[in-house]
Design a protein around this ligand. Structure first.
Ligand code: GRF
Length: 202
């Protein structure tokens, strides 16, 4: 299977995928990352892709007249690499109708909280502020909401009294990286179907 990964930041989830595939081999893992896209330049996630010799593309909202034009351009840029599966690994933009029309049902996102709790761009900060005793991460299919799509897998992380946002996020990311690598591999090696909110991986 061909994966396109979308990033917006440090790209440690992308790196975990690249490392796993390098270690197990494309055949055994069932997929190869064929390109990495971002919504901004100059981020470590793109540098990681370049170090791995992968094609990259940047699709910036401000380069387009409207949000829909950006969405269509992103869908085009991703389509050019003919992915079987698109993975949002810390991609901080909400895609629109065109993107979902093309990739809905095979577009996976990872979120650093236990959805439906704490959706949105500050899931770690919100869980901490709320006083949650456990939080974690969720890998889910993207639908037309924000972090509302059918859940594939979740991992639990305890919140410690001394945690600040970055300490807690680092601990979440340790679980998240492993969860994403495991889920993407399973999806790549097996078919899947989505029945309402239920995800069935053969
Ligand atoms: C991840 O925790 C992701 O869930 C969140 O931002 C973080 C991205 O980390 N949206 P990285 O760019 O993969 O290091």
């Amino acid at each position: 299977k061909r994966l396109v990964v979308l990033v917006s930041g440090s790209g440690t989830n992308l790196q975990a995928l690249l490392d796993e595939i390098a270690a197990t081999g494309t055949e055994a893992y069932g997929a190869a990352v064929v390109a990495v896209g971002a919504d901004r330049d100059g981020i470590e996630g793109l540098a990681r892709a370049e170090r791995a010799g992968l094609p990259t593309f940047v699709c910036r909202v401000k380069d387009y007249e409207t949000r829909d034009e950006w969405d269509a351009a992103l869908a085009e840029a991703v389509s050019a690499h003919e992915p079987d599966l698109v993975v949002s690994a810390g991609f901080m933009k909400i895609v629109g109708k065109e993107f979902l029309a093309r990739f809905g049902g095979r577009f996976v996102n990872t979120h650093p909280a236990l959805l439906p709790s704490f959706p949105g761009a500050h899931g770690v900060r919100d869980a901490l502020a709320y006083g949650a005793k456990v939080t974690g991460c969720t890998v889910h299919f993207v639908d037309d909401g924000v972090d509302t799509g059918p859940i594939i897998a979740q991992g639990v992380v305890e919140v410690r009294d001394e945690d600040d946002e970055s300490a807690l996020h680092e601990r979440i990311k340790e679980v998240e990286r492993r969860l994403l690598v495991e889920v993407v591999g399973r999806l790549a090696r097996n078919g899947h179907r989505i029945e309402g909110r239920k995800v069935v991986i053969q």
